[in-house]
Every structure is written in C-alpha cells, then in structure tokens.
Design a protein around this ligand. Structure first.
Ligand code: DX5
Ligand code: ZN
Length: 225
C-alpha cells in the first residue's frame, strides 16, 4: 500500500492567527504553502518572509507551491526560508531541467507542477530527475474551486510511468480535494493530497484530516485486495 500524505493548504487559513491555525493541523504530514504573484495567476499571496514565519511555527515539512513567473529568481530565497519541497510550474520554466537542478542544489526536494491544460508528457523527459509531480485539479489561483474530474486520466498516466520505471517520485494533487475526490485521486494513483477548504473550513481540523486519510487509505486497501 502506498504511503498517504495529507498537506493542508494555509491559503484557506486565517492569517491573523496563523500560529494557532498551524497548531490545529499538527496531525497532518506536510503544510502546503501557496505563493502567488499576480502575474502567473491573478491572485497575490505570500513571500519568503511568511514562509520563514511558518517554519518557526510548525515542525511539519513545508511544501511550497510557486505560482510565479521566473521562479528561478526566488528558489534560493524559499530554500533559505525553510522550504522542504519547492514546486515550480512547467508553464513558467523554459529551462525546466536547469530549474530542477537549482532546487536540489539549494537543498530542497524538487516538484514540478502541471496546470490542468498541460499534458503529462510535459514532465516525461524529467521524470527521473524530480522528487515529486503535482497535478493541478483546478486552475491555480484560488482556494475553494471545483475539482476537474478529467484530470484523473493524467494522474493514472503518471502513476503508470513512475511505477514502470521504478522511480521514487511522489504524485501530488491540489485543488478541490475533499473526502470524495481524495478517494478518486487515490484510486488513480496519487499519494500526496493538498486540501485547503476541506481542512480549514472544518471546525475540527484533526477530524477533517483523519477523514481524508481514511478515505484515501480505504481506496488504497481496496486496491491491494
Ligand atoms: C490553488 C492552490 C491550492 C488551494 C487548494 O491555486 O494551489 O493549494 O489552496 O484549495 P482547495 O483545497 O480549497 O481547493
Ligand atoms: Zn497549491
């Protein structure tokens, strides 16, 4: 059975009490941090300063998702701020292999991210050089959007390539993930699940994380039978 990881996205947290919000998700595996620049995506969120504050507020590894143009200009800053994983969109990286190398040399795990309209084949040449592939299941920019079901085929394709080649690459999904869609994406082959609203919209975050974990694991167990 694949190891399931739950990564709540602080985009849906209350930034006025970020420390308390982070304490409420202590049972999660990672914390997902959405960085937006108002250019690659319409929204503007946070920078290295807040990432550094998050690092001081939680022992959870930080999964930093860069939705910014020219991400290579900021890789070093986010690594220094404490990112365990740095994700860059392939749509923003004409020299993707170089940027992946840069992330690893900075001491972080390298993740490559695909917009819904970008095919799996866009990461195929670098699959052996990354630690993670993130399949966006909404168009990036905002929390609380509807899951795009046609992404399931892309997840299946990537899972097949990873397994056939015996690669140690995590397969993450992000956008519209809740108890139902986590089961669908787990069945398709994902093993890391970002959830914003499904966690921070719940009164009991621990219970919300446990429910997501159960739904993902049930799927995995069904698979193993
Ligand atoms: C969307 C972000 C997501 C977002 C997910 O651009 O990358 O991480 O916070 O939020 P939900 O789970 O509410 O769709
Ligand atoms: Zn994200």
């Amino acid at each position: 059975m694949r190891r399931i990881r739950i990564a709540p996205s602080i985009l849906s947290a209350d930034f006025a009490v970020l420390g308390t919000e982070l304490a409420s998700i202590a049972s999660a595996d990672w914390v997902h941090v959405d960085v937006m620049d108002g250019r690659f995506v319409p929204n503007i969120t946070i920078g290295p300063l807040v990432v550094e504050a998050v690092r001081r507020s939680t022992p959870l590894p930080m999964d930093v998702h860069l939705m910014i143009v020219e991400p290579e200009r900021y890789v070093q800053d986010f690594a220094r701020a404490g990112a365990a994983t740095i994700g860059v969109h392939v749509e923003t990286c004409p020299h993707l292999h170089r940027t992946i190398t840069q992330i690893r040399e900075a001491g972080a795990r390298a993740s490559v991210v695909l917009n819904p309209s970008t095919p799996a084949s866009a990461v195929e040449p670098v699959l052996g050089d990354v630690d993670q592939v993130l399949v966006m299941t909404v168009n990036p920019g905002f929390g609380g959007q509807k899951f795009i079901a046609s992404m399931l085929g892309k997840i299946e394709t990537l899972r097949r390539w990873i397994d056939e080649r015996g690669l140690d690459v995590a397969l993450e999904v992000d956008g519209g993930i809740g108890p139902e869609t986590i089961a669908l994406t787990a069945r398709a082959g994902a093993d890391v699940f970002v959830a914003g609203n499904a966690v921070f919209g719940a009164r009991d975050r621990g219970e919300a994380i446990a429910a997501l974990r159960r739904a993902a694991n049930l799927q995995g167990a069904a698979e193993a039978r």
